[in-house]
Each structure stands twice: as structure tokens, then as C-alpha cells.
Design a protein around this ligand. Structure first.
Ligand SMILES: [Zn+2]
Length: 1034
């Protein structure tokens, strides 16, 4: 493995920069921060020798008294090997000044002071840097436009194709041949075309045989020969039949026959996104009919549900399925659906209507159990209906009967959502409930690490100060005044503390469970309580927690016993729930699920690399299954300073429909605002519990694989302890048989769940797909963004079983086959030197290269194992919008007047070529955000935004932007806030000055360029793919 050269220092922060150097990771060299020197750790068995539970005096919050054993308390295994120190992180690191180390010994072993009754100061509000005010976009933004940034700083050389003469502009015309993007590299001999003329065809070609002056060095691992012989030139004349558009391209080759391959001449994500926005941004996408390809995820559009599910809920890799498995195997275009069943809809689009079918329950096909939907057809005057999936005929129940009109449509069709909508809900009967009992409302359990590291990082104090007001936003259903969700609290280090919050108490009662090997919940009533009734007790508890543990010396932590306790709590309360765990370090305490540091960075790049991302044992998987059985979902808020083994503990979130948030080297002053906003979003977002998702398909195809944050015990039912509005799941389909073109294909996704108010319901999403026997039809209906989402999830899913190199090889091979088969079956014959790409897959090479070089998949030494494991788990839950942005970040030149309708600057291609000395750029990928400041930026702007004389004086450790009363400051904060508004998590803002030490880290995200670790540039990769395709075709 090549050692990256451009990376920031592996060791401590650069001289003079202090700690936490702007988001770049220097792991602390000292072990002292995590381990108070000379402090013994308490043994779980020490407390209250005769029993495990201590009941405090009523009304007094009593805390533990621990007599530490004489030795132990050091954590040699927790320290990562020196090689782990160079990892970069998505959060800044922090080395505490010496003054923050705890004094050794003094005071230890005494009672932790008991919080007084009452008289606490009211919780004050967290005061991080003020949030950016929401104001309308500033007009007349004062900064001078950059000299060379005309037209938004982006001047694509790559011309758009001529608009099709009919049909939706920019999109393939149904019934016509597919659009084609070819790459024109050479004016070479034009092939006589046997093809009928192609409407809306784009041609560019790469002629590897042409004499070449292009001499970029080959990317590592790619043969040098693939780089040679590339010159820009004419596209081939695509035939001359009726309806043919003349080629729109100028001939750059005529002027400069041996010019270097111009990256701007290659398909641009920016251009494709902009074209789609222009062409389809104003349309109302009506979901009537079969196999409709929706606008891209990056386009804002309105959906009208007319009988098929909205693309907000379901998107497909192709909306036109190949009729036979032979055809599917030949072209290797996957048949896969990205399903986001609880997606939140934008304003103006109504959520699925709820139907109460009464005591009889929803109407279903008697054979395959599919639910009534608009695609069922009624016969025999309405007395029977035929299932669209299995064709079985079922009698219409007496009380569901209605007459048919002259079109054989039920006369009440438009009064019943299940007869006219693609998405709707049924209220479920007891038959759909556990043990035939209607469920109780779910519970939220907050488990707070109160170890030494937790207290020192400041998150405990911050969390306890903010949590009470965050709880005001517990999820509610439509007309509910107060949330039905119950709440409970646990604190823990090497032992567990439960709290009785019964509303009859004046003060909370603490109960301690020190037997972590066989944990139990020491109270039945009073643990999970109603927020409204027990608010005074809860507020008292939250005020007391930071005080009670402020002098703790406890560093050993347990993890699994917490989860086990939460499982027991929801089990005895007979409800579903969500555990919010706030946790700092590797669980090395003597308890089930104890882990050790196994982060062996020598394995990176070897066949054994996969073991780093496989869990240490099956313990956590089993524990996660227990959670799913009790419908307990777990969200982890991690605050690590060292290796924490996310590959193991993360399974608890991944398999329970949960999520991980990670704040490396957390500092309340810098990261606090981000953490609290993430938590607020997590607490209030729409969520359902105890869910089972099942996808039923029409004859000929069946679902074979489900990928996401989920668990399965059989091959058909996806079990989700919970699923929220941000989570998406991929379902892959496979042929059972030939599918009939005239009938199309149909998928019905049913999600059975318990709502936050405790109602049991079924949500149905139905989608109609087309079926084709011609490859041209298939390639016309693909959606590359969904395909990339699928490839990313599949790669991550395989990541702990298959070597990284093999995964990357397979990805390249699949994509090459897809493009080669297009060439062979659709765009043939054409010159062998041409690279011809299907119109709706022309971004496949650039996006695939972004995926291959992403830290989650690329064998990278530059990022810690935990960060890679974290990214992998993030990807598993990402929807199509999120993967699009994550793999191809947005690069926005700030100092220009050209903005989109939202007042956000127009994006440029993610390449160093686009950077300008006098410009400021924002780069975001949904996880990280950068502010890059050019060397020649107007000092007035710097003064206005940072209050500094020059770029050199900017405090780049700022966690958020300063607030100044001027247009420059307001504009920047507004743009940042608008970008953040659409994201499911808070992005950390990193400030990077041009030619500063952090710049290589920023450039890592300029995904069209060569990567520091030898990853190929877009140009190189496209050439390499072209070679692969030629090999396949020869
Ligand atoms: Zn059926």
C-alpha cells in the first residue's frame, strides 16, 4: 500500500495550532486522558456486599459508595497501537490540557455527595454559538464576483444533448430508442451505422487506438496502456434516418488534434443534475401508469399519487424489468428497489391516508395474502376480485361489496384510498398484534455513561441541561396534545443505576445494580413514566446527575448489561422502545460483552482486512436479536477518544433499526451544539416500532435480498425493532420465471407497525413496473443514483465477509458488463474505439470511481478502523439522496451572485481545477462540511465573516461560524444553515485555508481528482473502464 504523501501529520497537532486542529485527527499520544493516573477502578461486586440492589431513603437520591480494590484500573488494552494514531476523523480531536487531568486519589473512596432535595437552580439553557438567523436570501451580495467565475463559475464544455423532439425533455422518449452518451475522442473513420437513427442521442467516443499525447500517469493498480491514445474529437455521426438530430458538438479536434483529454468534455454530474432540474423541476410527477421514471433525487418536484407509490417511498434501479433471467444475467443491471417506507413528505404532498377496515380487518387475496390495492380487478359485477400478484380470484366480502361502472371500476373507487392510491394505511386488528393484544405506547430509555471520561468531556452536563426541553418534542401522532411515549433513565459506569421517577415522589430514587453478570431491573413501577406526570421528578434527576458524578474516578465501563436491562424493562412493561445510549469507551469492565482492542492496522490492504469490520464474536449479534424480539431499537451516541470497536458494538444499532452518532474527542464548547441538534432530531423524528416489512411481487420475480439496518429470521420478513422517516432498505428481486411483457411487474410492500401512540397499523406501498424484451427499453429506464445506492450497500454488507480488493474488483466488473452489454445490444455496431454510454447511465463511471475511492470501501490507512466501520453503518441506512451527495459531494463557490431558487450557489465539479485563489468554497457530503478560503480572497470578506485581519488569523478551531451584522456574515451563515436543513445529521464545519496543512484533507473530497492513496482520477478511471469494456467485447 502506498503511503499517502499529502496527508496531514500523523502525530500531534502542528506547532502553534493547538489541539483539535480543525477536524483533523491526531490521536492523543498520552493515555492519561482516558485513565486518571493511579486511580483504581471499582469492582462491580464491591457495592453493598450482601445484595445487588440498594434502595435509597424515599425522597433522597442516594448514590453509591464504592470501596475500590487495591489494584486494577489501568487499561493497557485500550490504547490503540501507534499505527492507529494517524487516523483522521470526521470530528476534531482533543487533547486536554494537563490541568484537566484529575487529581490522583484525593477524595476517592468517599461517598459521592448526595444531591440536596430541591433548591436546585433551574436548568439553564445551553448557549453555544448562536444559530444562523433564518432570513431571506440577501440580494445584492456585495463581494465582487471572481474574475473567472462567469456563469456561476462553471462553464461546461460538454454540451447538452439536443432536446428530444417529443416526450419529456432530457429523458428518453418512451417507445423510441434509448438516448446515448458517447465519448468523442477521435475524428477517426466513422462507422456506417446499421442502427435506426437515434433520437436525443449524445455521442462521445474514446478511441484508444488514436495517436495520443495524453500522458497522465496511470492510477495505481491500473495498467498504463489504458491511459494511452486518448484524444478528444468528434462524436460519430449517429446515422441519418428520419427524426435524427444533427450532432450538436463542435469539433474541438479540428483545432487541437492532440489536446489532452479535457475533463470538462466528460459527462458531468453537475450538468446532468442541472439538466434534470431544468427539464423536470416544474413538472408534477403523477404516478399513474407503469414503469414511469421519476425525476432525479436532486430535482425538486411535486408528486401526485395516482395509484402507484411515490418515488419518495420507492425508487428502482430500473423501472423496466428484463423479461427473462437470461436477459438479466447478460446485462447485469440489478432489479432492486430502494424503499423508504416512512419517508417524510414535503409540504404540499399528503401523507398516506389511514383506512379503518373495521373488525374484519383489511381485504386480502385468499391465496398470496396481498392487500387490496388499485391494481386488483373486480369481476362478476363486483362480487369477486382478482389478485394482481398471483391472479387468484377471491370473493368480495359482503360488507365490502359495491357496484361496478361501465369500465368495470368500482363506483366508490375514489372514496377508498386502497382503490385509488399507491400508498395508504390500514388500522390493524388484534390478529396483527403480539399475543393478540393491542400494544402499549412505546418507551424511550436514556442510558447515560457517567464514567470519568464522560464527565470530563462535558457531554453529561450538557445533555442533562438540555434533555428536559428536548423531551417536550417526543414524537406525537397528528392530533395528540402530548406524546404517549414513556421515558426512563439509567446511568452507568461499571455498575448500573436505575431511577424511580414515580410521580408521587418529590425526588427521584436511585437503585444500584452491581451484579452486571446477571442484570435485572430492580423496579417495576416508576422506571418508565409519563413525562407530563413525572416532569418534576425527571427535572430534579437531570439536575442532580452531573453533580452526583462530578468527582467520579471510575473509568471501567460496561455496555451489554445496559442493553440487557433495557430489554428487560420494555419486556416487563409490554411495550416497544428505543434505547438512547450515550457512551464513551471500549467496554472493558468485567461483564458480558467485554471487548478488547483488536484494531490491528497491519491488516489493512490484506485479505484479513475484512476481519476488522466483522464483529469480534457473535455476542452482540445475539444481543441485538434479543432487542429485536422485544422491539427495542438502540441508538448509540459515541464520544470516543480511542478505539471503541464499532464493528462489534455497532451491531446493536445496525440490527435493531437504530443509528450511530459519533463525536471523536468531544468538546462541549466546539461539538456541543452539533450533538444537541443531532439528539433533538433523533428524539422528535417520525418513528414506528415493532415493525415487519414484507415485499410481495407478481409472478415471475421474487425478493431475494434485503439490505439495510434490519434483521431477518426467515427469508421473507424483515424485522425492524423500529424504523424512522430517514431509514431506507434495499430489496433485490430475482427471476423465478419469464415475466409477461403485457402484464408488467408489480410489487406490494407492506409494513406492519406500532405507532408512537400505540396503534397497530399497516402501511402499503404499491408500485407498477414495466417489463421488456428489448435491451434498449431496459437501458432507457435505469436510475443510476439508485444503482449506486444499491452497490454501496451491497459492498458494505459484504465488507466483513469478502476482501476489500475483491469487492472493488466485482464492482468494476459488474459496471463494465452493464456498459459493454449496452454497447453490444443497443449501440452496435459502432467503432471499436468509441466508448458509448447509455444516457441515463452516463454518470456510472464517475460515480463508481467515487464509490471505489470512498474511505468506507477503499483500503485506507488514513482513517481509523472505527471511522470506517462507522461510515459503513451510515451507508447501510442511507437513502438515495444521501448516497448521491455522500459519494459525489457538493462544491459551491460562495462569492458569486449565481444561485439557485433557494439562494444556494450553483455547484461546480468536484475538482481542484475549479478552485480559485480569490474564491471561497463550501464542500459538503451530508456527513462533513468544509469552508475553503482562497489565498487571494478579499480581506474585507475575511474581516466581515471572521473578524480577523487576514486568513492566517482566522481561528480555525471554531465549531461554528461567528455572528456579525453584515451581509457577508449573514450570507455565509444562511447558506450553511440551508444546506444543513436538508440533512439527517449535523455536519461538522471544518475551516481550511488554501495551502494550509489541512488542505490535503479537504482535497480528499475532490472526488474527480486523483486520490492521495493512489486512487484514480475520473479521467483515468473512465479510460480504464473503457479498456475493460473493450476487452469484454473483443
Ligand atoms: Zn394473490
Amino acid at each position: 500500500m502506498m503511503q499517502p504523501t499529502g496527508y496531514p501529520p500523523n502525530q500531534g497537532p502542528p506547532a502553534g495550532q493547538g489541539s483539535g486542529y480543525g477536524g483533523y485527527p491526531n490521536m492523543p499520544q498520552s493515555t492519561g486522558y482516558n485513565q486518571p493516573p493511579g486511580v483504581p477502578s471499582a469492582s462491580a461486586s464491591m457495592y453493598n456486599g450482601s445484595g445487588n440492589v440498594t434502595y435509597a431513603q424515599p425522597g433522597v437520591l442516594q448514590t453509591t459508595k464504592q470501596m475500590p480494590p487495591a489494584t486494577s484500573g489501568t487499561m493497557p488494552t485500550q490504547q490503540p497501537p501507534p499505527s492507529a494514531m494517524n487516523g483522521y476523523h470526521y470530528q476534531p480531536q482533543y487533547q486536554p490540557p494537563m490541568g484537566q487531568y484529575p487529581p490522583s486519589h484525593t477524595g476517592y473512596g468517599q461517598h459521592v455527595s448526595t444531591a440536596p432535595l430541591g433548591g436546585h437552580p433551574p436548568p439553564s439553557h445551553y448557549s453555544a454559538a448562536p444559530a444562523a438567523p433564518t432570513q431571506p436570501p440577501q440580494q445584492g451580495y456585495g463581494a465582487p464576483p471572481p474574475v473567472s467565475a462567469g456563469g456561476g463559475g462553471y462553464r461546461p464544455n460538454y454540451s447538452a444533448p439536443p432536446p428530444p423532439t417529443s416526450g419529456q425533455a432530457g429523458h428518453p422518449v418512451p417507445g423510441g430508442p434509448p438516448g446515448t452518451a458517447g465519448y468523442n475522442q477521435s475524428p477517426g473513420p466513422q462507422q456506417p451505422s446499421m442502427q435506426p437513427p437515434v433520437q436525443g442521442m449524445q455521442n462521445m467516443q474514446i478511441n484508444n487506438n488514436a495517436s495520443a499525447s495524453y500522458a497522465a500517469p496511470p492510477p495505481s493498480g491500473l495498467p498504463a496502456s489504458s491511459m494511452s491514445g486518448i484524444t478528444p474529437g468528434y462524436p460519430p455521426k449517429p446515422g441519418a434516418g428520419p427524426g435524427m438530430q444533427p450532432s450538436p458538438y463542435p469539433n474541438p479536434n479540428a483545432a487541437a488534434p492532440t489536446k489532452r483529454l479535457d475533463p470538462d468534455a466528460m459527462p458531468s454530474p453537475i450538468q446532468v443534475i442541472e439538466d434534470d432540474r431544468m427539464n423536470r423541476g416544474t413538472e408534477i410527477f403523477k404516478t399513474q401508469g407503469r414503469g414511469l421514471v421519476p425525476p432525479l433525487v436532486t430535482t425538486k418536484f411535486v408528486v401526485e399519487d395516482q395509484g402507484s407509490a411515490s418515488p419518495r417511498f420507492i425508487r428502482c434501479t430500473t423501472y423496466n424489468l428484463p423479461a427473462t433471467s437470461d436477459m438479466a444475467k447478460t446485462c447485469m443491471v440489478p432489479m432492486s428497489l430502494s424503499i423508504k417506507p416512512m419517508a417524510r413528505l414535503p409540504q404540499g404532498e399528503a401523507p398516506p391516508l389511514i383506512v379503518d377496515p373495521g373488525a374484519e380487518g383489511p381485504i386480502r387475496c385468499k391465496r398470496c395474502k396481498a392487500y387490496m390495492c388499485p391494481q386488483f380487478s373486480f369481476t362478476d359485477g363486483g362480487r369477486r376480485f382478482q389478485c394482481v400478484l398471483c391472479n387468484a380470484i377471491t370473493e368480495t366480502p359482503h360488507n365490502y361489496f359495491d357496484h361496478l361502472d361501465h369500465m368495470n371500476q368500482r363506483v366508490d373507487k375514489f372514496n377508498r384510498p386502497e382503490l385509488c392510491r399507491g400508498s395508504y394505511e390500514f388500522v390493524a386488528t388484534k390478529d396483527y398484534c403480539r399475543n393478540d393484544k393491542f400494544p402499549n405506547p412505546p418507551a424511550f430509555i436514556f442510558a447515560i455513561d457517567v464514567s470519568y471520561n464522560a464527565i470530563k468531556s462535558g457531554f453529561v452536563e450538557l445533555l442533562c441541561r438540555q434533555l428536559s426541553s428536548l423531551l417536550d418534542h417526543l414524537p406525537r401522532e397528528g392530533n395528540q396534545e402530548h406524546s404517549s411515549v414513556k421515558v426512563g433513565f439509567i446511568t452507568y459506569n461499571s455498575i448500573l443505576h436505575f431511577y424511580n421517577l414515580n410521580s408521587s415522589l418529590a425526588q427521584p430514587q436511585m437503585m444500584v445494580v452491581s451484579d452486571v453478570n446477571d442484570v435485572f431491573v430492580p423496579l417495576q413501577d416508576g422506571f418508565l413514566v409519563d413525562l407530563q406526570q413525572s416532569r418534576h421528578v425527571i427535572e430534579s434527576l437531570l439536575t442532580q446527575i452531573p453533580e452526583m458524578f462530578k468527582d467520579t474516578r471510575e473509568t471501567e465501563l460496561v455496555f451489554a448489561p445496559l442493553v440487557q436491562a433495557a430489554v428487560q424493562a420494555v419486556k416487563s412493561a409490554e411495550c416497544a422502545g428505543k434505547l438512547f445510549m450515550f457512551h464513551t469507551s471500549l467496554p472493558i469492565g468485567e461483564a458480558p460483552g467485554k471487548l478488547k482492542n483488536r484494531d490491528d492496522r497491519k491488516l489493512i490492504g490484506t485479505d484479513k482486512e475484512k476481519t476488522l469490520f466483522a464483529p469480534s464474536s457473535n455476542f452482540y449479534e445475539k444481543l441485538a436479536k434479543d432487542c429485536v424480539t422485544q422491539a427495542l431499537s438502540v441508538d448509540l451516541f459515541l464520544f470516543p477518544n480511542q478505539y471503541i470497536d464499532i464493528a462489534s458494538i455497532g451491531q446493536i444499532s445496525q440490527l435493531t433499526g437504530g443509528q450511530i452518532y459519533k463525536y471523536n474527542f468531544f468538546r462541549a464548547d466546539i461539538d456541543g451544539d452539533r450533538f444537541i441538534k443531532d439528539l433533538a432530531h433523533d428524539i422528535q423524528r417520525d418513528i414506528v416500532f415493532d415493525a415487519v416489512l414484507r415485499a410481495r411481487t407478481s409472478t415471475g420475480v421474487r425478493p431475494v435480498e434485503f439490505i439495510g439496518a434490519l434483521h431477518m429470521t426467515n427469508t421473507t420478513d424483515v424485522e425492524l425493532a423500529a424504523i424512522d422517516c430517514d431509514k431506507s432498505i434495499h430489496v433485490q428481486l430475482k427471476h423465478d420465471d419469464k415475466i409477461q411483457e403485457e402484464y408488467g411487474a408489480f410489487v406490494q410492500v407492506a409494513l406492519l407497525y406500532t405507532s408512537v401512540s400505540g396503534q397497530r397499523r399497516l402501511r402499503l406501498h404499491n408500485i407498477n413496473l414495466s417489463v421488456c424484451t428489448q435491451y434498449a427499453d431496459l437501458y432507457r429506464s435505469c436510475e443510476t443514483d439508485v444503482f449506486m445506492n444499491y452497490l454501496a450497500k451491497k459492498s458494505v454488507n459484504l465488507g466483513c465477509q469478502i476482501a476489500t480488493a475483491k469487492i472493488r474488483e466485482d464492482l468494476l466488473s459488474q459496471a463494465s458488463v452493464i456498459l459493454a452489454m449496452y454497447r453490444k445490444h443497443v449501440a452496435s455496431p459502432s467503432s471499436p474505439g468509441q466508448l458509448i454510454l447509455p444516457e441515463c447511465m452516463k454518470l456510472l463511471p464517475v460515480y463508481l470511481n467515487c464509490l471505489l475511492k470512498n474511505d468506507a470501501i477503499h483500503s485506507s490507512h488514513d482513517i481509523s478502523t472505527d471511522d470506517r466501520a462507522y461510515l459503513r453503518q451510515l451507508i447501510l441506512s442511507m437513502d438515495v439522496d444521501e448516497t448521491q451527495l455522500f459519494f459525489y459531494p457538493k462544491l459551491l463557490p460562495l462569492l458569486q451572485s449565481t444561485t439557485n431558487d433557494d439562494g444556494i450557489p450553483l455547484a461546480v465539479r468536484c475538482s481542484e481545477d475549479k478552485l480559485q485563489d480569490n474564491q471561497v468554497f463550501i464542500l459538503e457530503n451530508g456527513v462533513s462540511m468544509f469552508l475553503w478560503i482562497g489565498q487571494a480572497v478579499d480581506p474585507t470578506w475575511i474581516q466581515n465573516v471572521f473578524g480577523a485581519q487576514s486568513a492566517a488569523q482566522i481561528d480555525i478551531d471554531l465549531g461554528s461560524l461567528l455572528v456579525f451584522d453584515n451581509d457577508d456574515s449573514r450570507n455565509l451563515r444562511e447558506v450553511v444553515s440551508k444546506l444543513q436543513a436538508g440533512r439527517t445529521r449535523q455536519m461538522k464545519l471544518t475551516i481550511v485555508r488554501q495551502r494550509d496543512k489541512l488542505e490535503p484533507w479537504f482535497r480528499h473530497f475532490l472526488v474527480e481528482d486523483r486520490g492521495a492513496g493512489g486512487a484514480a482520477s475520473y479521467v483515468d478511471f473512465l479510460c480504464h473502464m473503457h479498456k475493460e469494456i473493450r476487452t469484454l467485447l473483443s
